[in-house]
Design a protein around this ligand. Structure first.
Ligand SMILES: C[S@@+](CC[C@H](N)C(=O)[O-])C[C@H]1O[C@@H](n2cnc3c(N)ncnc32)[C@H](O)[C@@H]1O
Length: 264
């Protein structure tokens, strides 16, 4: 069960609406005394806040913020169409439409929208989906990125159900992108930043990810792209058409057709 704590009672009705949209149960503030990360609504919006923090210690908070930090830096200096993800998706003068079927906190969706793609983002984890929607809402108010944010549309739900081919094939999206959580060893766990630790605590592992590949292939007009750890086995043990391997990740590309505008 996913919980939401409202720390600003002028926002009680917003908390109720969020709990209804994202299937969250409202919890009392006293839950913050418990260890782990808790979803909280306060004057800054939604964030994951660390519980059971000793007096005088800083509470770690994780919020989706497309205007600042690493995401903003990558937007300004990230290399545009030269990035591996852009090559993997097939971005060129033609900007493919993309389903990001494992949206998480939306970083890859935002990169793709920055490159001009229209992105439909699916996320099934209630806390993650609520954080992402909150980040999109705040981003839409920032004139520097609002046009990018408007290219992203979040749907809360599981891609196991949402990835259904449309009855009219003219409505197929060009690319389906998958980036499920992969196994992380203890050493890697110790090295990840606090925000990633919080994210992993909430999401756990996507043990059912293999099932997504065939669904994705049925829903993509041009290709499916799967992000994997550099040395991980391919999803569903199915060899891709080709891979792009970077320093930390690998993109496995399953080609169906050239990424180009649909025939008229
Ligand atoms: C590794 S994270 C994705 C990170 C994301 N690419 C980013 O750039 O922020 C994987 C996410 O996919 C979600 N997910 C896994 N399987 C899913 C499914 N079947 N439907 C929807 N979301 C799913 C998980 O809840 C998790 O938030």
């Amino acid at each position: 069960m996913s919980l939401l704590i409202c720390l600003d009672h002028s926002k009680d009705s917003e908390a109720l609406a969020l709990s209804q949209r994202f299937s969250l149960s409202l919890a009392d503030e006293s839950l913050l005394a418990e260890p782990g990360f808790h979803l909280c609504l306060d004057e800054q919006g939604l964030s994951l806040q660390q519980g059971n923090v000793k007096p005088g210690k800083k509470r770690t908070q994780v919020q989706v913020d497309f205007s600042q930090g690493a995401v903003a830096h990558r937007r300004k200096f990230g290399g545009g169409q030269g990035q591996d993800i852009a090559k993997a998706i097939g971005v060129s003068a033609y900007k493919p439409t993309v389903i990001d079927a494992t949206a998480g906190l939306g970083r890859d969706s935002f990169v793709l929208a920055t490159l001009g793609c229209q992105v439909t983002a699916y996320e099934r984890q209630p806390v993650v989906a609520a954080l992402l929607q909150d980040g999109l809402n705040r981003g839409a108010l920032d004139p520097e990125i609002s046009d990018i944010i408007h290219r992203i549309h979040l749907e809360f739900g599981s891609s196991h159900e949402l990835l259904v081919p449309p009855s009219d094939s003219a409505l197929l999206k060009d690319v389906v992108y998958l980036d499920p959580m992969f196994e992380h060893d203890e050493k890697a766990k110790a090295q990840v930043k606090k925000d990633m630790q919080a994210f992993r605590q909430v999401v756990g592992q996507d043990a059912d990810a293999d099932d997504l590949l065939s669904r994705a292939l049925a829903c993509a007009r041009c290709r499916v792209v799967v992000k994997r750890a550099r040395k991980a086995r391919p999803l569903a043990d199915r060899e891709p058409t080709y891979s792009l391997t970077g320093k930390a990740n690998r993109f496995d590309i399953y080609v169906k057709a050239k990424v180009a505008p649909p025939p008229l």
